[in-house]
Ligand binder design. Sequence first.
Ligand SMILES: CC(C)(COP(=O)(O)OP(=O)(O)OC[C@H]1O[C@@H](n2cnc3c(N)ncnc32)[C@H](O)[C@@H]1OP(=O)(O)O)[C@@H](O)C(=O)NCCC(=O)NCCS
Length: 200
Amino acid sequence: MASHISNPAPRLRRINDAKDRHWSELMAIYEQVFRPGEKESRASLEANLSRDTTGNAGGHIVVAGIDPGGHCLGGIVFSYLRAVNCGHVSYVMVTSTARRRGLGTYLFHASKDIIHAHARAAGHAAAEGVFTELQRESRRRPETYDRSRFWARLGVTPLDIYWEYPELTPGAEPGGHVSGLRIIHIPPTLDRRCGGPSSH
Ligand SMILES: CC(C)(COP(=O)(O)OP(=O)(O)OC[C@H]1O[C@@H](n2cnc3c(N)ncnc32)[C@H](O)[C@@H]1OP(=O)(O)O)[C@@H](O)C(=O)NCCC(=O)NCCS
């Protein structure tokens, strides 16, 4: 795994195949950054992978950020939900050594481009918006504040709904003992464009 972002900035690439080396690297980051109650199993993610060739409607679409050395620095796992003409972000992650350089934001905007493209292919002008679930902030878990700030900067509309997340890992309480989740809606009109991630 690369320890820093070098020049030029990371390129983004779609991952359609669980045999892809970058998928394994992304899964290593996933296992590291999410606690048991916050993530599903790798097998479950892979079973629901959306592949261009199979057109797995509603399945997980994956975009990864790759550094010039060919290492995966992070990625985003999301879906286009045709029935409601919306996107849903399941996970966005960046390896700890590559954070705060804009990659997370860049990945999110890349996912929106793909979501809107799916919406247009389904006959809409654009997607209605993008949803994600967000744990309530907790002083016992400082990272929940970082997450909220990350989404706030992207222009979210918090829907303060008490919602019990399903059990993602057998035996692990949802959200690592925090069951109050906020569903956030990110309307396309609040889309704030940004440039690519900075390179250091
Ligand atoms: C949330 C996460 C994906 C953000 O990734 P990231 O690449 O650090 O995101 P960005 O760099 O786009 O933005 C993060 C911060 O860096 C700042 N930043 C971006 N580019 C910067 C730069 N060149 N110099 C200094 N700061 C910069 C942003 O303004 C932002 O500030 P904020 O903390 O006030 O929001 C990452 O922290 C992560 O993987 N966390 C663990 C998993 C997680 O919680 N995922 C979200 C829930 S699914």
